[in-house]
Design a protein around this ligand. Sequence first.
Ligand code: RNT
Ligand code: ZN
Length: 408
Amino acid sequence: MGNIERNYGIAKETYAALGVDTDGALATLKHTPISVHCWQIDDVTGFEDFDAALTGGIAATGNAPGKPKTKGEFIEHLDRALNLIPGATKLSLHAIYLDDGGKKVARDAIEPSHFAFWVDYAKKREIGLDFNATYFSHPLSDSGFTLASGDAKVRAFWLEHGKRCRAIGEYFGRELGQKCVTNHWIIDGYKDFTVDKLAPRERLIASLDELFAKPLDSRHNVDAVESKLFGLGSESYVVGSHEFYTNYVAYKKNCIICLDAGHFHPTETVSAKLSSYLAFGQEVLLHVSRPVRWDSDHVVALDDETLAIMREIVGCGGLGRVYIGLDFFDASINRIAALAIGARNARKALLAALLTPFGALRSAEEGGDLTQRLALLEECKTMPMGFVWDYFCETENKPGADWYKGII
Ligand code: RNT
Ligand code: ZN
């Protein structure tokens, strides 16, 4: 027996003493998809133009060498990252990662055929696909407004883009037999004191109503709307705020909320919010990220909030109703490694959640023994999760703790 198996045996016994079934946890871990975003690989540049500037109030800071300069290079880097990520994986694409066959295709003219190569890629890798409309890095978003713009022509352009993205999402889902989550995040907002906060929100409601008017097969596609507190250049007012979209999804029921861990006030957490959506039977898309002082999109760490998010999902019975997606982009370190680190950490946090002795914790809480609840929660922190993780990587045929040696 190798070290990894022996260690797993020890961990299994240790967890069993707390009533935790490690084999069961690993089976769930393996089959719970994490949607790995493609845009960490190239600082959100995409395939429309390899020299394109990232606009829309988001920024990939850093100057690490090795950013891909061609589609081929991009895919090679992506492959290398995915080879390091154990467990069921989906790839989250943005509309700018299209195959335009060498001829410019306008955003309001994209079609499933421009993304057929991704379907082939996903089939080959046996992964699912998610999708994101790209309402930024474009001359028609330079005003700072898209779906909520006061200019009917601008609104119409982005509406057409969004509708086509939904059709592409549905195509992904149908082709792959796995539901695609199509996310819509818009940049709309003002830098400074805003007098009329209402009219843009009314326009956004009308736009979203039209965007989602056509029902799609819910087995293939679900749409999400992503709220945000502020962006660079929209510090004072964001049309699609948390309250706005929370009300939109509750009233209209034609899409679900996307909660990005970086899109709230610094002491406000997604982990604290999740149960409120689940209590109303809603589904939620997550953008797991790491905001350092602001919406900085640092690589996801195995930190308290990521652990807390996963524990909420598992503890609330939310697996299957919460779609776990990643969203970060750090250009200051090796981009392939960055994607692997963040994705592995998200999955490690999910493992920690699955190894939580909820039975014992619940009976302590329900029985009013809050001392035992705290004692147990703290003891959990030094349980041998690493042994279970190493075993998982091995059974998944993915590298263990020394994965980074081949990368840097
Ligand atoms: C921006 C949002 C959005 C983007 C991606 C690239 O603040 O988080 O999700 O990061 O669409
Ligand atoms: Zn996001």
